[in-house]
Each structure stands twice: as C-alpha cells, then as structure tokens.
Design a binder for this molecule. Sequence first.
Ligand SMILES: Cc1cc2nc3c(=O)[nH]c(=O)nc-3n(C[C@H](O)[C@H](O)[C@H](O)COP(=O)(O)O)c2cc1C
Length: 375
Amino acid sequence: MSPIDLFTPMTIRGVEIRNRIWVPPMCQYSIRERDGIPRKWHAVHLGSMAVGGVGLIMVESTAVLPEGRITVHDVGMWNDEQRHAWAEIVDFIVEQGAVAGIQLSHAGRKASVRPDWNYAGAAGPMPESEGGWLPVAPSAIPFDNDSLTPRELDESEIPSIVAAFRAAARRSADAGFSVIEIHAAHGYLLHEFLSPLSNTRTDEYGGSLENRARILLSVVAEVRAEIGEDLAIFVRFSATDWSDGGLTPEDVSTVARWCQEAGSDMADVSSGGNVIGVTIPTGPSYQVAFSEHIKNSANVSTVAVGLIVDPVVANEIVATGQADAVYFGREHMRDPHFTFRAATALGAEMDYWPAQYLRSRPKRIVAGESTKVAF
Ligand SMILES: Cc1cc2nc3c(=O)[nH]c(=O)nc-3n(C[C@H](O)[C@H](O)[C@H](O)COP(=O)(O)O)c2cc1C
C-alpha cells in the first residue's frame, strides 16, 4: 500500500507527530473560578481527542497575562498553579501518543468581554463591576461600536508583554508542551499590531510592515531563546483582513518568513477577525489557498484550517503540497475520535488504536471468507 499523506508521520525539530490530523485551538470559556486553571472539563475535552488518535492537540488561546484574557473564564499560563494543572493534562495527552501544543495569547482590544459560546467575544464588554477591565491595544481604536475604546499601550510597556509571552512559554515547556503556538490572528493583540487597520502608531511599532511586525518578531525570538532548539514554535496568522487597506496574503507571507528567521517552524493559516462589516466568502476549504500561497512564497511549512471536514479532501491538501498538515476544529468537537474514522475512510493502517478500544476497530470483511468477530 502506498503511504497515505494524512497518516504519514512528521518531525519538527525534536517533535515527532504520528499523523497530520491535528486539533486547532478552540476556546472553551469554562473556568468558572476565574483563575485560569484548567480542571475536569479540559482533561476530558482534550483527553478524549488524544484517545481518538489525533497527531497534535493545540490547546486553546491561553492568556499570558490576566488582562490578556478574552473573558474572565479563559485559561491562563501566567502562574505556577496553572502550569501544574496543565502538566497533569499534558501527561495524559502524551501518554496516549499525541503531541501537546498550547496557543499563547493576549487578547488586546478584544479582551474583557462577556463569554459567548457561539462566537468568541460577541456579547459585549464585561463591566468593571462584574470583573471586567479596560483593554489595551496598539492604538485607541475600538473593535466595533459596542466595544470599549482600548487604552493605547505606551512604548515602555511593550517589553513587559513580550516578557509575559516568554515566561508563559517557559511554564508551557515545563508543563510538557512540545509546541508553542503564538496567536497573531483573529484580531487579538499581535494581529492588531500587524494590521494597519488597528495600528496607527508613529513609534517603532507602527508604520511600515517591519515596524508593525516588531512585537511579534520579538515574541518569537524570545520564546525561541527560552525554550531552546528542540521544541517547535507555530505562529497563527490571519492571512487577510478581508478589507481594503488591511493585511494581505503578501504581507503575511513576508511576516511568516521573518518569523521563521526569528525561530518559528510553522505558519498556521487562518483569516479575518480584526474588523467587522467585511464579506468573507466562506465555504469548504476556503482558507487553503492562503496556506498554499504562504507555503510557496515564503517557503515555510504550513497547517491549513477552516471548514475542512472530509479526510479525502484533507489528504489531497497534504498530498498536493498546499499544507503540511490539517487542523480539523469543530469536526473534533462533533467526534473526538475523528482520526479513527479518517483512517477507515482512507484505508490507513493505524497501529496506535488504544488497546482498550481494540474490540471496536472496524474489520475488513472479505467476501467469501468467514470473519470471526468477538464482541
Ligand atoms: C468553539 C471555538 C473556539 C475557538 N477558539 C479559538 C482559539 O482559542 N484560538 C484560535 O486561534 N482560534 C479559535 N477558533 C478557531 C478554530 O481554531 C478554527 O480555526 C476554526 O474553528 C475553523 O476550523 P473548523 O472549520 O475546522 O472548525 C475557535 C473556533 C471554535 C469553533
């Protein structure tokens, strides 16, 4: 049998990944205690996908500072209690043979909103009386008419944000994560700096693309310096703002290449999220062309994401070099054991079916031969 691309293992630095079916970061807004510490929900939610045979699980947007949370119910990595709780969860993921990654994030002007499980941050600002705070951003431009006008970060504050990413990366590595994904997409702080629609600064963090990318490149370089050469760094980008005057795939290709030079290994190619009122032509695989563009023009590895649900389509994306791997998001929430199904659909041999579940493994039934099935 010829190798099946989606089930071909890959190695990034010292990280071996058993296949190319990955789980993207997906916020759960589930920390009722408001302390950023993951508990049973995360253990079961992430653990079940690890049991299901996935190659890599990227933990949701995890705040590097309390004021960098989207909601008060977000998870965090700004203290050692959080690190300790994550380590327990990572232990189980790794025991199941999956790679554990964590998306580190600062929500910028989209911080401090009421949780909404249907759409991240659509339910309006969280008032201070209920535990909210005034968000910070590159410029004092609100996300939309319902949002608070954020406070513009002073240049002198930026190093402390970079340092918070570095400290969170240290804790993540200590907790056993082997991939750090830096969230520079969907209108959160690092994307806000990248996009001219949300960054009108006149200092060295605004103006040219190089200046707008400065904070992101510092984060990548500092995280790399902190975690050493063995672990992997991904950067999630919005390849376009879908808006005139906003980020373009060409800009993002350039920044992806700079990030690679600063120490990142993979561009995670998403889109949008920084401005409202735009038309996004969503549909099956609608962001894959951006992945292909960035992969070819910047010569970086990419992971494709967005409305990819069919293993045959995903296999083709990898086989034709449009991406190196595929994130299946909502499909994993519908079916945490999606990888089992994908293996059956593609006829892939999967020698990491969990021993406890072996009796549920589909058997090939050959016409004319009797099949002994033990229930
Ligand atoms: C419930 C939910 C939460 C999400 N949270 C995050 C997040 O924490 N960070 C992020 O970069 N993207 C987040 N996303 C976007 C997903 O990572 C992914 O890009 C998106 O769901 C498209 O992939 P899909 O069509 O396979 O679901 C979220 C999406 C969903 C549905």
